[in-house]
Design a binder for this molecule. Structure first.
Ligand SMILES: [Zn+2]
Ligand SMILES: [Zn+2]
Length: 287
């Protein structure tokens, strides 16, 4: 049996195995060597953040029972998308598809920060007062639906092999849990690893309350897009222990760490000066 058949034949086991395996490793690592002390109890945050995961799983199952794999199958049957149209070596189609889908996720992430209405959804991810493995899975159900629709559109254009979709989803899930870990790698190792994957130190910068830092390091999996497109930032100004995490105006645990507060977060508050059309602009000295 080749790798392809193995992945297709054991899809649920592979998905769950990676999810619980990496969750367990990161959870243990966070207990043994946490990078920062938590400000809200782990029981509360984990209950809410993992509660959101369960809720999102149910919502996705109900709305899109066939999910992304079903869409890839449909595109194949219809002959839609680049790789169902152009003859390409199979391995190349898999590699290019995984990289292309990751690029779309990067662009999507930039977009949800830039468009004020989408930022309302995405800020639930950022409102976490702490940064740990469960933050990586904490997204508002409406943002999850938006993500799935964007993924469907990507698949229709790309026509990726089914296996590429599974590899991409498992990889993104795994790296998101890794790079939200409340852990630190030795600086030298971190620097090396940053060339192939987004590390916890790299993504922590993105969770800063400072607007310019939060608008950096949008990558979730491959670290290249931030460097290529100019959104890369090496370290937070305040250092990893001194930096403040979250959103400045949402600091109340009841609102940002309890499930009911988190779910209504998109509908709270007026448009702030975080919105792209309200920001203070310079006097034309930008390059
Ligand atoms: Zn973000
Ligand atoms: Zn994040």
């Amino acid at each position: 049996m080749n790798l392809d058949e193995f992945i297709l034949g054991n899809e649920p086991v592979i998905r769950l195995g990676f999810f619980f395996g990496i969750l367990a490793v990161m959870a243990l690592w966070e207990i043994l060597a946490p990078a920062r002390p938590l400000s809200v109890s782990k029981a509360v945050r984990w209950g809410s953040n993992l509660g959101i995961v369960v809720l999102n799983t149910v919502v996705l199952r109900l709305l899109f029972p066939a999910a992304a794999v079903g869409m890839a199958l449909f595109a194949k049957e219809q002959g839609w998308g680049i790789f169902n149209y152009v003859e390409a070596p199979y391995w190349l189609a898999v590699v290019v598809s995984v990289i292309a889908m990751d690029f779309v996720i990067y662009l999507q992430h930039v977009m949800v920060h830039a468009v004020p209405l989408f930022w309302r959804l995405h800020r639930m991810h950022h409102a976490d007062l702490d940064f740990d493995v469960t933050t990586g899975a904490r997204f508002h159900p409406l943002e999850i639906i938006l993500s799935m629709l964007i993924k469907f559109a990507t698949i229709v254009v790309l026509g990726p092999p089914i296996v590429a979709v599974i590899i991409f989803e498992v990889l993104l899930n795994a790296t998101a849990m890794f790079n939200h870990g409340n852990v630190r790698l030795p600086l030298k190792l971190d620097r090396l690893l940053r060339w192939v994957v987004v590390t916890p130190d790299m993504h922590r910068v993105h969770h800063s309350v400072e607007d310019d830092e939060a608008n950096s390091n949008f990558g979730f999996n491959l670290p290249w897009w931030d460097r290529l497109f100019g959104t890369y930032r090496d370290q937070p100004r305040g250092g990893h222990e001194g930096m403040r995490i979250g959103i400045r105006k949402f600091r109340e645990p009841k609102q940002v760490s309890w499930l009911n507060g988190m779910l209504v977060l998109p509908f709270k508050g007026k448009i702030s000066d975080y919105a792209i059309n309200r920001r203070q602009w310079g006097d034309g000295n930008e390059d």
